[in-house]
Design a protein around this ligand. Structure first.
Ligand SMILES: Nc1ncnc2c1ncn2[C@@H]1O[C@H](COP(=O)(O)OP(=O)(O)OP(=O)(O)O)[C@@H](O)[C@H]1O
Length: 325
């Protein structure tokens, strides 16, 4: 299903939470809405679900205006952070519940539940009470309950945030697989840029009520349109220095990722902190005799207080907070 947001605007009191948002989300797309806490991500999702009404704007699904349809008529699936399974039912009954409500025949329900359980790899726990399964399994059951209704599109609001780091990683991969197998249109909200980068076909960065940038993960990483996006995306924020450091005009700033700098060169810095992430060593440095901090990816380990030299091998130019080249 293709979803079109047209000029969506929402205020709470005098506060503009969503400011004239327009975007097309294609059929089968994994579309992630990324933004810091309070940016309005959940509000936008609720508007798509029909739980909240926009002050202005329309939502079009496959050419049909659904802006005024109530949630139950939108044929959408919503999976929240707190998935609220029915605690006194088995996994099977939880998944079957929405179909029973629709008075679908028992044999038909059985077929559908089993098919979905296979897709989510939970066939072996169908008879368990949901109170006795793990968090990761509960999350799958919630997803199964959403999928079994064969919705037009899926709205997911930080569905993995209750899982511990390891399970979360596995669940992420599974979610992506399921989405591709279903060719489902997934709209996924998160404040976690890493999660967004690994799941999304496209990411929309929500900032001050607007999609500041919409693009593929690589695009956002390589060509952030603004300093704000450059600092929000990436394991570490992009480094920013005045242009004259690399012989540019000082009316611009240069931005570079930690791996766009190399140890050895004519710039000097002092290491003030070291962080190892897997095999990567990140050096937090201050330029010598300057109060400018940067992060550099290094192949060798250094200690706090060491003096290093480096060069910047690639950078982008920014003027007044915006990418110019
Ligand atoms: N019903 C409401 N009445 C008044 N203000 C609201 C209401 N719902 C949300 N807000 C405000 O709107 C803003 C956006 O909230 P929203 O929950 O959409 O943000 P979010 O990006 O999803 O944040 P988080 O990541 O923390 O969940 C916040 O400032 C919030 O306080």
């Amino acid at each position: 299903m293709m979803i079109e947001l047209q000029e969506i605007t929402k205020k709470y009191g005098s506060k503009v939470v969503l400011d004239d948002i327009s975007e097309k989300i294609e059929t089968g797309e994994f579309f992630v809405i990324l933004g810091p806490s309070g940016a309005g991500k959940s509000t936008l999702l609720k508007i798509m679900a029909g739980i909240e009404k926009p002050d202005k704007g329309r939502i079009i699904v496959d050419g049909k205006d659904i802006t005024n349809l109530p949630p139950e008529k939108r044929n959408i699936a919503m999976v929240f952070q707190n998935y609220a399974l029915y605690p006194n039912m088995t996994v099977y009954d939880n998944i079957a519940f929405p179909l029973k409500m629709k008075h679908i025949k028992k044999e038909e329900i059985d077929k559908k539940v089993k098919r979905v359980a296979e897709l989510l790899k939970i066939s072996d726990i169908l008879n368990m009470p949901v109170t006795r399964i793990s968090g990761g399994q509960q999350q799958r059951v919630a997803l199964a309950r959403a999928i079994v209704r064969e919705p037009s599109f899926y709205l997911l609001d930080e569905p993995l945030s209750n899982l511990d780091a390891r399970v979360r990683l596995i669940a992420r991969g599974e979610l992506k697989r399921i989405q591709k197998e279903l060719n489902g249109t997934f709209i996924y909200v998160t404040h976690d840029q890493k999660e967004a980068m690994s799941l999304a076909d496209r990411i929309a960065v929500l900032h001050e009520g607007k999609f500041e940038q919409v693009g593929k993960p690589d695009e956002l990483y390589e060509f952030p349109k603004t300093k704000w996006v450059a600092e929000f995306i990436g394991e570490f924020p992009m480094n920013f220095l005045p242009g004259d450091i690399v012989g540019e005009d000082n009316s611009i700033e240069i931005g570079f990722r930690p791996e766009w700098a190399k140890i050895g060169g004519d710039l000097t810095a002092i290491v003030y902190s070291v962080e190892a992430v897997g095999e990567n060593i990140y050096l937090f440095c201050k330029l010598k005799n300057k109060d400018l901090s940067i992060v550099i990816l290094s192949e060798e380990r250094y200690d706090v207080g060491d003096e290093i030299t480096f060069k910047i091998i690639k950078y982008k130019k920014f003027k007044e907070g915006k990418l110019i080249s």
